[in-house]
Design a protein around this ligand. Structure first.
Ligand code: SF4
Length: 492
């Protein structure tokens, strides 16, 4: 089905009918604030970013204030948004660039804006489209990319190429609307898995490229149901919750990123990947429907129960060990489920907390293997900072209920993390303790990486192959065999 001018016109008419004023949910009063908010929204919900920026935009009222702030202060302030070390660096750097190169103002030219460190084309489009109504380009996130392929608007896979294809067929005056409206359509109707073609306003226009389900004979989507001024639910399209509007935003806009605390925002999806290599590599995974469902589950659990680790420590392993720095992956299963134990690193507990039995056994083997004296605490942050990523397969748990968050989606996410490391890094050492971790071997390319495995250090199995396994010296031998520095295992 050729994509003609008339087809695009019809699509636009229907988008305007059904998503009349699609826009974004992040709160901002100046374009410079929007740039910061967009950066912080990576791997974080808009809701949480807004909670944080409501205070921080007063504390740091302009780019100079952000640029001058000590990095350590920014890390503390940004901790609730996750990946805070990288975000602190990114926010400081981009504000320094704004101060030094652009007199503390966002340049209203995409060619200049993308020269700011950490600002990729998608982020630049969000800021220019949203804050200045400048049609600098079309925001292409995972939803827009998917719809572009299914609807035959592009056959490419890279966001920049898809954007170029779209810019050729969509009139420029519609660029700033196309992205947010298509995000809503992708989020609620044309989902990655099981697109609701029967409830789709584009059924008669869409070649449904790559969709394997049989084509419905007719659509249940009513032709026109949304009056100007608001998002009205209709079959196949759940209504987003009410959204906070900034005074500077037009009233009545539906927020493309506003699908509840569980979903990542458009801005999150379009945040500059250069802020952090983890964000770049996991962004698509976090766009998948299962991840939104998982976040909803965890949010619901937090509202009703005590959940560990605390919200801002769920991703500690990623914060402390950037993607490019991972030399070793130690895979655990489930966070500790007693108060004050779990802080986002497998096997580690916070300072002052009694050392759990498995870690006590790890320390016994550590002393035997390395000759070093084990510390009196169980806080393994130093290892994480030296390239030992200590990841659990499941990242949250309900208090006193081990494995209570298994099979909710975390395993899919952490499997993707292992695959990313296996596919995109060279010579990582994967330390797999116990049957559960050993099952992950199938995710690892053994030709490129080293797998060290043994029994689990738990008291139930430590004598069945963990004691004497010498993991610390084996890891260093494997690293050195591939020309890498060994890990300094000492703990202060
Ligand atoms: S018809 Fe199906 S594949 Fe095409 S846009 Fe609608 S939901 Fe997506």
């Amino acid at each position: 089905m050729p994509v003609t001018e008339a087809t695009i016109e019809t699509i636009l008419e229907r988008l305007h009918e059904h998503y009349p004023e699609a826009t974004y949910e992040l709160e901002w009063t100046t374009p410079e604030e929007m740039l910061v908010a967009t950066t912080l929204a990576a791997q974080c919900t808009d809701e949480r970013v807004n909670r944080v920026t409501r205070t921080l935009f007063k504390k740091y009222p302009n780019p100079k204030a952000w640029a001058d702030a000590p990095l350590e202060d920014l890390e503390v302030d940004l901790k609730p948004t996750g990946f805070y070390r990288q975000k602190a660096k990114a926010v400081k750097a981009l504000n320094q660039a704004l101060v030094e190169k652009f007199d503390s103002k966002i340049p209203q030219d995409i060619k200049k804006l993308i020269t700011v460190r950490g600002v990729a084309r998608k982020t630049a489009n969000v800021v220019l489209n949203c804050c200045f109504d400048i049609a600098s380009g079309i925001i292409v996130d995972t939803h827009v990319a998917r719809l572009s392929q299914r609807m035959g608007h592009s056959t490419r896979t890279k966001a920049d190429q898809i954007e170029r294809d779209l810019m050729k067929i969509i009139p420029q005056e519609a660029w700033t609307f196309w992205g947010p409206a298509m995000v809503l359509h992708g989020r609620y109707v044309c989902k990655a898995k099981a697109p609701n073609c029967a409830g789709c306003i584009f059924l008669d226009l869409c070649p449904r490229n790559g969709v394997t389900e049989a084509k419905p004979t007719s659509t249940t989507a009513p032709p026109k149901v949304v009056p100007k001024g608001g998002f009205v639910p209709r079959p196949g399209i759940p209504s987003p919750p009410a959204t906070r509007k900034k005074p500077s935003q037009k009233p009545g806009k539906a927020a493309a990123g506003a699908s509840g605390g569980a979903e990542r925002s458009v801005a999150a999806l379009t945040a500059a990947p250069s802020i952090d290599a983890w964000v770049e590599r996991l962004g698509q995974e976090m766009d998948k429907p299962y991840f939104a469902k998982l976040m909803s589950f965890v949010d619901g659990q937090r509202a009703a129960e005590t959940i560990f680790p605390p919200e801002d420590e769920v991703f500690t392993a990623f914060n402390l060990t950037p993607f490019e720095d991972v030399k070793v992956l130690v895979l655990g299963q489930d966070p500790y489920h007693d108060h004050n134990q779990a802080h986002g690193l497998s096997f580690s507990v916070k300072p002052g907390i009694k050392i759990p039995p498995s870690l006590r056994n790890i320390y016994k083997e550590y002393e035997e293997d390395t000759g070093l004296k084990a510390p009196s605490h169980g806080y393994l942050e130093d290892w994480a900072k030296r390239g030992v990523m200590m990841l659990n397969a499941v990242l949250t748990v309900q208090a006193h209920k081990p494995n209570s968050h298994k099979n909710q989606g975390w395993e899919t996410f952490t499997d993707a993390v292992i695959r990313k490391l296996s596919d995109e890094r060279q010579h990582v050492v994967f330390l797999l303790w116990g049957g559960y971790a050993r099952k992950k071997k199938k995710l690892i390319d053994k030709k490129k990486h080293t797998i060290i495995e043994s029994a689990h250090p738990s008291p139930l199995s430590a004598r069945a192959g963990f004691f004497g396994s010498k993991p610390f010296s084996k890891i260093n031998a494997a690293l050195q065999a591939h020309g890498q520095d060994p890990i300094d295992w000492s703990l202060s």
